[in-house]
Ligand binder design. Structure first.
Ligand SMILES: [Zn+2]
Ligand SMILES: [Zn+2]
Length: 354
């Protein structure tokens, strides 16, 4: 069996200052409330690169197996697990486990649990052939779903779907999606459309405009050609028919500037939902406008178990498709390198058997 460990050994062979190492490690045994999943495919998320690079204020486990979009098959389970059978398709997501007893868990806000276990961050993740997770939190993947194609839904899909729910936008209303041409954005456009919302895609360049239109965006605003006051006016106008602005804004961008612009064009009574995590960024908004236009500014972070099943069901019904390329798990370092250089269109999914 081949397994991958991410450690902090320096390599002169790669341009990234930190390299992954690829090696055999023992298979973990599932605890009484856990399942062991034979991971077939795992999506590669920007968070995995941040985890390896130590970019975030919370330390990771060391040594660490990264990965949190793992799709596979249940091959062993603890004695308390009664609602998953061996052979069932299942997914390991960012939230690997939580206490299920705190006030957040009791209200289905388990991502906020102080004892949350995070796949590929505080516990070993899915860049390996066999990974364990708490049975309560494992995604139930419908039998008819392709495991490679569904993998990116387990983080990217759940995250944007939850953000759209959190925005409060209702069918027939407009949602601006900032960073619509990226991996999260392309899924957000499709979820928005499937939920009966009109997506106003915002990104840079004509090529991204074409891909957004092909995915079903109602309008596209190119920030490279529409700047300053024009940009605000164009976004508002794109949220037809009254030109008063989108009912909600989903901020998926990895730059700080869009986070400051959103309150200028969101519709009065509208919501600005932050999802992207530009490093070290801060958010600012004029207090006067926020008050007299009754704006809501909020964050949205992954999703709970119910959000997970809903996001998967949109995929099962063919309403959301994720453009992806596959690579061998042994090629993960190359995938990270492409990610670092911003050269990935869509998403990479690694095949753990290669
Ligand atoms: Zn992720
Ligand atoms: Zn809890």
């Amino acid at each position: 069996m081949r397994r991958l460990r991410i450690d902090d050994s320096r390599s002169i062979l790669t341009r990234l200052p930190i390299a992954v190492s690829y090696k055999k490690i023992p298979v973990q045994k599932p605890g009484p409330d856990e399942v062991l999943i034979n991971v077939k495919y795992s999506g590669v998320c920007h968070t995995d690169l941040h985890a390896m690079m130590g970019d975030w204020p919370i330390p990771t486990k060391m040594p660490l197996v990264g990965g949190h979009e793992g799709a596979g098959v249940v091959v062993a389970k603890g004695e308390l697990v009664t609602d998953l059978e061996l052979g069932d398709k299942a997914g390991i997501k960012w939230l690997n486990g939580s206490c299920l007893a705190c006030s957040f868990c009791m209200q289905a806000d388990e991502p906020l649990c102080p004892k949350a276990l995070l796949s590929g961050y505080t516990v070993d993740g899915t860049f390996q052939q066999y990974a364990v997770a708490k049975a309560a939190h494992v995604a139930r993947i419908p039998a008819e779903c392709d495991l490679a194609a569904v993998a990116p839904v387990l983080c990217a899909g759940i995250t944007v779907y939850k953000g759209l729910k959190e925005s409060g936008a209702r069918p027939g209303q407009h949602v601006a999606i900032v960073g619509a041409g990226g991996g999260l954005g392309s899924m957000a456009i499709q979820y928005a459309r499937a939920m009966g919302l009109h997506a106003v895609a915002i990104d840079g360049g004509a090529e991204k405009g074409e891909s957004c239109a092909a995915l079903g965006a109602a309008a596209y605003v190119d920030y490279t050609t529409s700047v300053g006051d024009d940009f605000v006016r164009d976004v508002r106008k794109a949220a037809a028919p009254d030109g008063l602005g989108p009912h909600a804004v989903l901020l998926l961008a990895v730059a700080e500037k869009p986070f400051h612009q959103a309150t200028q064009y969101v519709r009065s009574r509208g919501a600005v939902v932050c999802i992207g995590l530009p490093a070290g960024a801060h958010l600012s908004a004029p207090v006067f406008d926020t008050v007299v236009r009754m704006l809501t500014i909020k964050g949205s972070y992954v999703g709970n178990r119910q959000d997970t099943q809903e996001a998967l069901d949109f995929f099962r019904r063919g309403l959301v498709k994720v453009p992806f390329k596959t690579a061998g798990l042994s090629e993960l370092q190359d995938v990270y390198q492409l990610m670092r250089e911003g050269k990935i269109v869509g998403r990479y999914v690694v095949d753990t058997s290669k």
